[in-house]
Design a protein around this ligand. Sequence first.
Ligand code: SF4
Length: 327
Amino acid sequence: MFSDAFDSSIIRSEFWRQRAILAWEKYRGCTVCPRNCQVDRISGETGTCRTGVSISLSAANLHFGEEPCISGVRGSGTVFLTSCNLSCDFCQNFPISQMDYGKKITFQELSRIFLDLEKRGAHNINLVTPSHVVPSLLISIIIARESGLSIPIVYNSNGYDDVGMLRLLEGLIDIYLPDMKYSEEIYARRISKADRYVYFNRLAVLEMFRQVGNLVLDENGIAKKGLLVRHLIMPNSIGGLEKTGAFIQENLGKDTSVSLMAQYFPANRALKKVSINRPISMDEYESAMETLFSLELFEGYIQEKEETDDEEDRIPMTPSDREREIA
Ligand code: SF4
């Protein structure tokens, strides 16, 4: 029978058992993410992420669409977690993140999925959207490590992470893969419904960097350890790469690996918002690359962008459109 209770005796090591108990307690008066809902998830209450204490999984498989150092040749062992602590108008995975499609599983079942992915050849375990279920993931990672899991763990987050929770993950996460989505709080609030995203995102990225440092690859170009920051180029400079890039350069250094993503398309509610209702133009793509290079951020990846037929029909947002959208 399914049970989402946490019996700490499933963890053999005293050190990690204590860490798991500390993390689990964060579910009481939930402070697991910057939303700070303070609901008691252990008693069955739920906050903005609509999630209890058990893991809900939407898919787990080998994935070949991540950065080359993450997907490698055998694939990344990608584990898509249900629900999210953001609510982005443009989310391409909204059936999973906002409609909560998934199946509840136990900590032990999740740890067996990790081990199975390793057996199938995965280069790593890639936790997608982990921020709202960190204590439960932490327990599953410990169980899997105690059962022999040896490949790196990737924390693939939207970047709206709590520093206190990240500290509890120290020693368990090998590769941090956070988004830095915005550099203006107003856009984060309007488009992702997140208060102080920029503030918490930058604190989180600093903590991630403190734990794992710059990205390190093995002799085959596969990531072993480190930080890889993702930035999705959005239409009308909504993502604010210039300020984000400057923050990275000043606080983490020019050797920081950045993955510049060009795959934006208007999914979910984005079609109704004039600022984000279209893919990016080639001009916007090239300008983002120039921004990155002008900051001397040369490490990482730039996703290719294909030219599309409707390039010339794209009308830039006017200042009055912008004001209306953020009013
Ligand atoms: S993890 Fe969920 S319940 Fe906890 S603070 Fe964040 S949104 Fe709220």
